[in-house]
Design a protein around this ligand. Structure first.
Ligand code: PLP
Length: 372
């Protein structure tokens, strides 16, 4: 490489570009995508209609303030619209938060197997990402607090976390917050909040309402089934909302995306169907995969993290190749430092049943599996 050309800021070339879940099997054969935690039941029909309606207005800029969308989020989740900022996916908001609150010489803390975007966003801002160890693939409040230094500017916690599926209780979340200095920003990424039923779970909205240094992010990509449109939002203290509104692009959420998101929020029936589907099939898949003799980590999301034995031919990489050969695409976990595991999203009923049969054939031979 020439040493004379333009050089990016320090840290940028340390970034390995984020690789999303694969959508096709090798050779481009059609396959069932279980690699990106998308909603298996698809988008709300009302959201699809609202999206199509916007076709006639594609020459018009969107509402830069997402006024109708923030009002609809406020109604649905009982929040003040003026404390909400919408973004092109919560990924954009994660990037903007880091850009605004951390820079060179400063630290961004996250958990060892936390969502990858935190590390990438920190590097992109020239800040130093710091990983705190977990306990049994679960965030460890004490380990996080022990790594806070005078350089720590923000702490990211995915709750529940992707890819581990684990979560901190409301009580643990409050203990984490209570241990942080007042000038450290706690970002609670609750991308899967709408799917969680555990009684001791809190999404972080209450904490973000009360505390001047807590923000929570949410998305339309998971339960709401609108991943293609890139819509997320954050809720936080007025001062932080003001900062993000200064650094975001003026038209960061497209017009069709805003319209579809409003319609999706109002379609409570579709939301309930998505939740009911996950409530039924997540434990079903977990139990069947456990029955096969694999280690399945407890998950409250719409996916399972599954460990494979280390023996060649039976390991996670071999399982991935075998699944893909049978038209099922799991998520490779090497980038997360979990090369012995695969992450598998809950699919439609037929996909879930097929997944179990293909895994059975992989582990115990085709004679032990149903028709493949
Ligand atoms: C999927 C996911 C997101 C990304 O959401 P977008 O709104 O699609 O950008 C954020 N955080 C976690 C933990 C996720 O799993």
């Amino acid at each position: 490489m020439s040493t004379l050309g333009p050089r990016p800021r320090p840290g940028i070339l340390e970034i390995s570009p984020y690789i999303g879940g694969k959508a096709e099997a090798e050779g481009g054969r059609p396959a069932v995508k279980l690699s990106a935690n998308e909603s298996p039941i698809g988008p709300s029909p009302k959201a699809m209609a609202a999206y199509r309606d916007e076709a006639e207005r594609l020459h018009r800029y969107p509402d830069g303030g997402c006024t109708a969308l923030r009002a609809a989020i406020g109604r649905r989740f009982n929040l003040e619209p003026e404390r909400i900022v919408c973004g092109a996916g919560s990924d954009e908001l994660i990037g903007l938060l880091v850009k605004a609150y951390a820079g060179p010489g400063e630290e961004v803390l996250h958990t060892a197997h936390g969502f990858l975007m935190y590390r990438l966003a920190a590097l992109a801002a020239g800040a130093h990402p710091v990983a705190a160890p977990e306990r049994d693939l679960k965030a460890d409040v004490d380990a996080l607090l022990a790594r806070v230094t005078s350089r720590t500017r923000m702490v990211f916690l995915a709750n529940p976390n992707n890819p581990t599926g684990s979560y901190l209780t409301g009580e643990e979340l409050r203990r984490l917050h209570a241990g942080l200095p007042a000038d450290v920003l706690l970002v609670i990424d609750a991308a899967y909040a709408e799917l969680v039923s555990a009684a001791d779970y809190e999404s972080g909205l209450a904490l973000a309402r009360e505390q001047p240094n807590v923000v929570t992010t949410r998305t339309f990509s998971k339960l709401f089934g609108l991943a293609a449109l890139r819509v997320g939002w954050l809720y936080g203290p007025p001062a932080i909302v003001d900062v993000i509104n200064r650094v975001r692009g003026p038209f960061n959420v497209s017009r069709p995306a805003q319209a579809a998101a409003v319609a999706a929020l109002e379609d409570l029936e579709h939301q309930a169907a998505a939740k009911a589907h996950n409530d039924r099939w997540l434990p079903w898949l977990r139990d069947r995969i456990l029955d096969l003799g694999l280690v399945v980590h407890p998950s409250v999301g719409n996916f399972l993290l599954v460990d494979f034995p280390p023996e060649p031919g039976r390991d996670a990489r071999a399982a991935e190749v075998f699944l893909e050969g049978h038209g099922l695409i799991p998520r490779n976990m090497a980038a997360y430092g979990l090369p012995h595991a695969l992450r598998i999203s809950v699919g439609l009923e037929a996909d879930n049943r097929r997944l179990v049969e293909v895994l059975r054939a992989f582990l115990h031979g085709p004679a032990h599996a149903g028709a493949l």
